[in-house]
Design a protein around this ligand. Structure first.
Ligand code: M6R
Length: 617
């Protein structure tokens, strides 16, 4: 839930670490800090606030020279966001310094033990406990830093990605991971090394990276290389260097004001990239290795259980409609956080699909582990290649959305739906649940979605005008039926998280069972009323709202006249199959929340209290 960056080499470490932290700010942004070793002294600067605040602070506090350093951008777990709780943290001697992403669950008992041996603590963090535990082990056992880290980590319960160094031996940095990601970039001739939560901080310096696996640690030595070991048993692990495929342009704003807007506009390409090579319309086939290789498991499954959180959970709800409707396979959709703790009935004949953009969400990862322990087959749908969830799954399919940096998920949602639609169609065909002509029709329509998303994006100016009218309200309702009920939930989530306006999504027909009481002339209600989705029923719901003076923003199919006559505003999307309509109806809802947030002067890409990947429970 935090971003970590480190550098050791021949360049100045400060600018690399600061720029790296900016790229990782999506992971947390309530405080930031840096520690630099300049050949003689260890200099630490840290502050509550963003990396820009850290830059201001370090300008006054430290000389920014040094070839070894570590930095951190934080999303607070233990201890409020303030200067003292910010990372890096020093050991009592002042020799050891650490950055940490994760949670040490047994920190309180470890802390008491250390206090009884004379250690003192400045902060409320679990991380300061860990660095003092490492120092304690190092002294007591008289071992090198790497060994001390290993012994200490065998005493902790929790999750971590850490980087530690000793100012008395600055040519060596020790890193370790369990449950939080950690990448090591390797410069030419091993004359420089980069450490980061993902590869984005070092893309312009090297394309060679090593991703640590869970329960692994590495000792990185200047000009000498990397040694990776298992934390538990000390066994050596082969160093597998990957060549990164990511480009710098993909992680920059590319002329847009915000990453979220860029990512909304990237959806036509992202969806195309997601179905490219899988949807072969002319041959009338869908090719997905992960599904093909495990076809029997899917076809013999009792049911499919989908586990996910947030927006990915909403994509799972859309998938429930698609799988049941097209493939006639029973589906249950679960919040991963509930599933993992409620002793679910699950066995070898269940297939679990885990959906996650980041592939690092702690609850989803834990749900996978539980499902696997009961013998279920787990299929991961992730965006981040090589992520923990992708690796923990038995098989899977990537979404190919490209990096999503805005905290509010947009292209991840539509590409997840694209992958899930492909899987459902493939299974429907294998089961004979769909006719050949219907299958071909779906392929054709799916292939046309990117072009139709382009069309939907053209309503941007009109949506901005609607946003301006409603930006000052306190509440919004979002209604949809069938395939578009999850889209209503997603629309409400988007508005809440970036504009801080309270919004609720409901199945349109449920409105009369409660939410209708909220409707008066001040309440805007976004109603998804596309032509093919229970249209007449939704029109009746709109009439019920109208007679209570609610303000209606209708998301309608191009050319609609009936809703246009009733609604205060309509936003058109092109016509498509009902099963594919979420890929289009979600576009205006993303833009509406984006414009409202911008008009309210909110921080769109880094909304308060949130972080991009939730690697804590
Ligand atoms: O990376 P994941 O897809 O597993 O993340 C799940 C949620 O944390 C995420 O979708 C969150 O709800 C987004 N902020 C929504 O925009």
């Amino acid at each position: 839930m935090c971003g970590i960056v480190g550098y050791m080499g021949y360049r100045e470490a400060y600018p690399i670490i600061i720029e790296g932290l900016k790229r990782l700010e999506y992971r947390g942004y309530d405080s930031a800090g840096i520690a630099l070793f300049d050949g003689t002294n260890l200099k630490v600067s840290k502050t509550k606030g963003k990396v820009a605040d850290l830059e201001d602070r370090s300008e006054k506090e430290i000389t920014k020279t040094g070839h070894v350093g570590i930095g951190h951008t934080r999303w607070a777990t233990h201890g409020v966001p303030n200067d003292v709780n910010s990372h890096p943290h020093l050991s009592n001697s002042g020799d050891l310094v650490i950055i940490h992403n994760g949670i040490i669950e047994n920190y309180e008992s470890l802390k008491q033990e250390l206090i009884s041996r004379g250690y003192t603590f400045q902060s409320d963090t679990d991380t300061e406990v860990l660095i003092n535990l490492i120092e304690d082990v190092k002294k007591k056992e008289n071992v090198k830093l790497g060994k001390a880290v290993q012994i200490a980590l065998n005493q902790v319960i929790g999750a971590y990605a850490i980087a530690v160094f000793d100012k008395t031996k600055p040519e060596e940095v020790v890193v370790a991971r369990l449950g939080s990601p950690l990448a090591i970039g390797i410069g030419a001739n091993e004359n420089e090394f980069f450490i980061a939560s993902d590869a984005s901080p070092f893309l312009e310096y090297t394309k060679n990276a090593v991703y640590l696996e869970d329960e692994e640690m590495a000792v990185i030595r200047f000009k000498k290389g990397i040694k990776i070991r298992k934390i538990k048993d000390d066994s050596l692990v082969d160093t597998y260097v990957q060549e990164l495929q990511l480009n710098l342009e993909e992680i920059e704003k590319g002329g847009y004001d915000h990453f979220m807007l860029k990512e909304i506009h990237e959806q036509p390409k992202a969806i195309t990239d997601t179905y490219r090579g899988r949807l072969l319309r002319r041959e009338a086939i869908i090719k997905m290795a992960g599904v093909e290789d495990n076809m029997k498991k899917f076809l013999n499954a009792n049911r499919i259980i989908i586990v996910a959180c947030g927006t990915s959970w909403h994509a799972g709800l859309v998938a429930e409609y698609i799988f049941e409707d097209l493939a006639r396979i029973p589906v249950e959709v679960e919040y991963a956080s509930e599933f993992r703790y409620r002793n679910p009935v699950i066995n070898e004949s269940d297939v679990v699909i885990a959906i996650s953009q980041s592939g690092e969400t702690a609850d989803t990862l834990a749900a996978i582990k539980l499902a696997k322990s009961k013998g279920a087959f787990v299929f991961g749908v992730c965006n981040v290649v090589g992520s923990s969830i992708a690796r923990a799954s038995d098989a899977g399919a990537y979404t190919h959305a490209g990096p999503e940096i805005g905290v509010a998920s947009t292209k991840a949602f539509t590409t997840q739906i694209t992958v899930l639609t492909l899987i459902a169609l493939r299974l429907a065909r294998a089961k004979g649940a769909i006719t050949s002509s219907d299958f071909r029709h779906h392929l054709l329509e799916l292939e046309m979605i990117p072009q139709k998303v382009e069309e939907a994006l053209k309503s941007d100016a009109h949506i901005k005008m609607v946003a301006d009218i409603y930006k000052d309200v306190s509440n919004f309702l979002y209604l949809g039926r069938g395939y578009n009920f999850p889209v209503a939930l997603e629309g409400a989530l988007k508005l809440k998280e970036i504009s801080y306006i309270h919004a609720e999504g409901y199945p349109a027909a449920e409105m009369k069972h409660g939410p209708i009481a909220l409707i008066d002339e001040n309440m805007p209600i976004v109603v998804i009323a596309t032509k093919k989705g229970h249209y007449e029923k939704v029109v009746s719901n709109i009439q019920e709202i109208k007679s209570r003076k609610g303000k209606i923003i209708g998301i309608v199919t191009e050319g609609d006249t009936q809703v246009r006559d009733l609604a205060d505003h309509v936003i058109e999307v092109p016509e498509t199959l009902e099963s594919l309509s979420p890929l289009l109806t979600t576009i205006p809802l993303q833009l509406l929340s984006y414009h409202i947030a911008v008009l309210l002067d909110k921080n769109v890409d880094q909304p308060r209290n949130l972080a991009k990947s939730v690697t804590v429970e």
